[in-house]
Write a new protein. Structure first.
Length: 273
């Protein structure tokens, strides 16, 4: 491990170990896993401003989707003009198409630190005492494919974690589709295709290219969350617990944000009488 990475790994080790010692009288053998959950909550709380900005960005992108499609259709053959018009639109609205990736980018170093923490036999020149802790008899530093045999307690625990994580990813994607518009129904899609083709013919833009752009965000929203399960399959159990907790936190944040939007919409509606 390089000296550069050793500093954050050492800091994370001391924090997680201190939390484990603090929780041991209450959580017993689950103290280390509970410490990782608490550590994750601290991280997510620290980056909550980025998460809120990302959710606002997703809502803004959904609201601007019709205008973006008009610009893409109108200036599809003028890349420089298209970039200029899109940049001006995003600047006016105070958003960016990359805003939704900010929490993911902010968490990636933390996930890397967690991975290295439970892959290192020594930290700061001393034995890594966290490696002796486990969850239901499975060491926190173990990997799914490192089990002694199939259908063991080791595999059962990992498969349970993957199943719960996949369910949370599905719920997260479902909530995200309430913010980012998905593909239209068949009838609406045909109408949208005819309108796009007519507009494209007038501006000499490839209609297939214009239609593909309109569904890119929805496709990413559906697929991207499930990459978390793939990452967990190759990470130590401790990192999988981190991912499980952070996805659950994301769902809670999104539900609260959507609730605030709904409340604001109800407040903006004219009152009868």
């Amino acid at each position: 491990m390089s000296a550069f990475l050793g500093v954050p790994v050492g800091a994370a080790y001391h924090l997680v170990f201190a939390l484990t010692q603090l929780l041991a009288p209450v959580a017993g053998g689950l103290a280390a896993a509970a410490a990782i959950v608490l550590f994750t909550a601290v991280v997510r709380l620290a980056i909550s401003p980025l998460s809120l900005r990302a959710l606002r960005g997703q809502a803004a992108m959904a609201r601007l989707a019709p205008q973006v499609q008009v610009l893409r259709t109108r200036y599809g053959r003028q890349p420089e003009r298209l970039r200029s018009e899109l940049s001006a639109l995003y600047e006016r609205e105070g958003t960016s198409p990359f805003a939704s990736f900010l929490p993911l980018l902010a968490q990636w170093p933390v996930l890397s630190v967690m991975y290295l923490l439970f892959r290192s036999a020594t930290v700061d020149g001393a034995q890594n005492r966290l490696l002796s802790d486990g969850l239901l008899g499975v060491p926190l530093g173990s990997h799914w494919l490192s089990g002694a045999s199939l259908l063991s307690a080791h595999d059962a625990l990992f498969l349970t974690v993957f199943a719960v994580l996949a369910a949370l990813c599905w719920l997260s994607a479902r909530l995200a589709r309430r913010t980012v518009p998905g593909p239209p129904p068949a009838a609406d899609a045909r109408a949208a295709r005819r309108a796009t083709q007519a507009s494209a013919a007038a501006t000499r833009v490839d209609p297939a290219e214009a239609l593909a752009d309109s569904t890119a965000a929805a496709w990413l929203t559906r697929v991207l969350p499930y990459l978390t399960v793939v990452i967990a399959a190759f990470a130590p159990l401790a990192a999988a617990i981190y991912l499980l907790t952070t996805v659950a936190w994301t769902i809670a944040e999104r539900r609260l944000f959507l609730g605030r939007i709904a409340k604001a919409a109800r407040a903006a509606m004219p009152q009868p009488g």
